[in-house]
Design a protein around this ligand. Sequence first.
Ligand SMILES: NC(=O)c1ccc[n+]([C@@H]2O[C@H](COP(=O)([O-])OP(=O)(O)OC[C@H]3O[C@@H](n4cnc5c(N)ncnc54)[C@H](OP(=O)(O)O)[C@@H]3O)[C@@H](O)[C@H]2O)c1
Length: 257
Amino acid sequence: MENHICNRTVLITGASSGFGRQLTLDLLDYEVDLILVARSMNRLETLREELSSRTDRLVEIHALDVRDRQAVESALSDILSRHTVHILVNNAGLALGLDPVDQGNPDHWDIMIDTNLKGLLYVSKPVIAQMRTLDSAHVVNIGSMAGRMPYPGGNAYCASKAAVHALGEAMNADLLGTSVKVSTIAPGAADTNFSPTRFEGDTEKARAVYEGFTPLNAGDISHAILCVLNTPPHVNIQHLDIMPTAQRNPYLLHRNS
Ligand SMILES: NC(=O)c1ccc[n+]([C@@H]2O[C@H](COP(=O)([O-])OP(=O)(O)OC[C@H]3O[C@@H](n4cnc5c(N)ncnc54)[C@H](OP(=O)(O)O)[C@@H]3O)[C@@H](O)[C@H]2O)c1
């Protein structure tokens, strides 16, 4: 793949696990500086050690809960006073529960909406303000097929991801006439820590999600993000759906018996 992002600084939220973690590792081949955000400092430190043993580039880590508006404002103010962020990957997110709306847990709804939607806005605001001054910049939002086609029990999660898709379009509208591209990537079923998180450690339920077919893995999504990032300056992939071959939409999933 061509390298259009050499010497850029990339800020990734949700870098401690799954797609975000894999992306940081794959970005080692692209000569970029990395600013990594997640809540778990332990996992970020382990990741930084692994990255630093393989590169001399900047690897900066920040334990940050994207739901905490004041903490995000303060951390981003510090980061942006020291670095120019050319690429923002808004990846932090989660699903909790899979109950019908009348049986849903409002605490779960708050966490999903605060993380997937409001956290994305909090992080994006100061970064995009700086990006407006740059010759080229790119925001990649991680949406979901759940946001394109809601499924039973997905209610608040699906709504939060539909909002991410709407935000991607709105950001592109806001940034008309600038060099800032905005891309939204919508993965289907991918085997990460997503399902263990959704089912709060119920490993049997989590494992059942991926039984009988080959799901996407973190490398597949990282590869898609790198493809989107490595387009020439005049090309803006605004939306990308990426599904396992066995899954054509959230309802159409072929499982081997
Ligand atoms: N896996 C799938 O099937 C799938 C499909 C479509 C879309 N997605 C989306 O892809 C994104 C990445 O998920 P994944 O599959 O890679 O799951 P994952 O392995 O559970 O990773 C989620 C990441 O988000 C971070 N995070 C969660 N809440 C956060 C918060 N409040 N503040 C900062 N970071 C937070 C987590 O780090 P900490 O816990 O350390 O904070 C972790 O690094 C999410 O937005 C998810 O909705 C996943």
